[in-house]
Ligand binder design. Structure first.
Ligand SMILES: *Cc1c(COP(=O)(O)O)cnc(C)c1O
Length: 371
């Protein structure tokens, strides 16, 4: 039987093993472990690719949010409106600077609903921070218009959207700052933890640069309060190897999404993500998240056929995480969405044969259960 694992971590190394080995040898031979040339070159390549003034490599995508918030002047007690359908890290990073995440409901696209965000605004709201989920950017003109009307800042948790664009503009570059994660399973993943802050604001960039290195300025003097949140030079060297294949990777992800769409588009009981197109959204398909009635039965059926799937965040949208201590009412669209949500395999290790096996298995499930 054809096996289709949900994700294949060893394949990340296997693909370019010789190049990664060279990078390892090169960096280690130079002893360039912390804040080396590989990091600054990676940052420059990313800034050029994303058309943003500053890309600052940090320890991970969660730290990127915390550092961005501090650098943007977020204070304890400030409220920040986020999508309920996001990773716990979005909320915990806000809490780490003493601010208050306020989850709002999502639209049918799974992204922060501007109308719901508008309803969540209070006298303490300082910013809107949409999550650019699954490699797709929100309709940022609506988000920015709301922010402008209410004098709010815009931040983006774009951990899942490296390379995605909306009307030609890259995820993470719309507001005061955006963030990226280089967690191994992300579209641009390294071999451990990594992240970045993106910004066009020179002051925010200067503060993040200091904060990630103990509050040190260019001359080495400790001029502000900081922490240690540097992206390892070795990880930056690996990321540069991956960056060379990035456009081809995204082409392949879009090809897989189109193949799923073609094979599954006519099944009732199933809602698919938008297919790749050349309109406002250029999606990078970090995840391929479908919604299905009888989701758990479908999942079990696929498992029997050797196909791995996952429910995003284990189904724990922010409104369901008691440990965060958020006062949040039920969010009908989020609940409806997450209870039907299932992520199909979507990664660079998949062959067309494997994808076709996923498609025919889902077709078989719906045929068998039609009556
Ligand atoms: C992965 C992810 C993060 C956290 O990134 P880390 O690098 O693991 O800290 C934050 N937000 C979202 C939406 C993510 O998917």
């Amino acid at each position: 039987m054809i096996k289709v694992p949900f994700f294949d971590y060893p394949a990340l190394y296997r693909r370019f093993a010789a190049e990664f080995d060279n990078a390892f040898h090169d960096v280690c031979s130079r002893g360039a472990f912390i804040l080396g040339d590989d990091l600054s070159e990676f940052e420059a390549e990313m800034a050029q690719r994303l058309d943003v003034s500053h890309v600052i490599g940090v320890a991970d995508g969660t730290n990127a949010i915390s550092l961005g918030l501090s650098a943007a002047g977020i204070q304890p007690g400030d409220e920040i409106i986020v999508s309920a359908h996001t990773y716990v890290a979005t909320a915990s990073a806000i809490q780490s600077v003493g601010a208050v995440p306020v989850p709002a409901d999502i639209g049918p696209d799974g992204l922060l609903d501007p109308a719901a965000a508008a309803r969540a605004i209070s006298g303490r709201t300082r910013a809107l921070m949409p999550t650019q989920l699954n490699g797709r950017v929100c309709k940022m003109d609506a988000i920015r218009a709301l922010a402008a009307d209410c004098s709010l800042m815009v931040f983006e948790d774009s951990a899942q959207a490296m390379g995605a664009t909306y009307r030609g503009q890259a995820a993470g570059t719309f507001g005061a700052f955006g963030t990226l994660s280089f967690y191994p399973a992300k579209v641009l993943g390294c071999f451990g933890d990594g992240g970045a802050v993106l910004t066009n604001d020179n002051d925010i960039a200067a503060r993040v640069l200091q904060m990630r290195d103990h509050g040190r300025d260019q001359t080495g003097e400790f001029v502000s309060r900081g922490t240690n949140s540097r992206l390892d030079n070795l990880q930056a060297a690996f990321l540069r190897v991956r960056l060379r294949a990035f456009d081809l990777d995204i082409d392949r992800r879009r090809e897989i999404a189109a193949r799923y769409h073609h094979g599954l588009g006519n099944l009732g009981g199933l809602t698919l993500p938008p297919q790749p197109d050349d309109g406002d959204h250029f999606d990078v398909y970090q995840n391929y998240e479908i919604r299905a009635e009888r989701r758990d039965d479908l999942r079990a059926f696929l498992k029997q056929r050797g196909i791995g799937t996952a429910v995003q965040w284990g189904g724990q949208t922010l409104d369901r995480i008691a440990a965060l201590g958020l006062a949040v009412e039920t969010l009908p669209c989020t609940t409806r969405y997450i209870d039907r949500s299932l992520m199909l395999p979507m990664n660079m290790a998949l062959s067309d044969t494997q994808i076709d096996h996923v498609i025919s298995s889902i077709q078989a499930f719906f045929k068998g259960t039609r009556e």
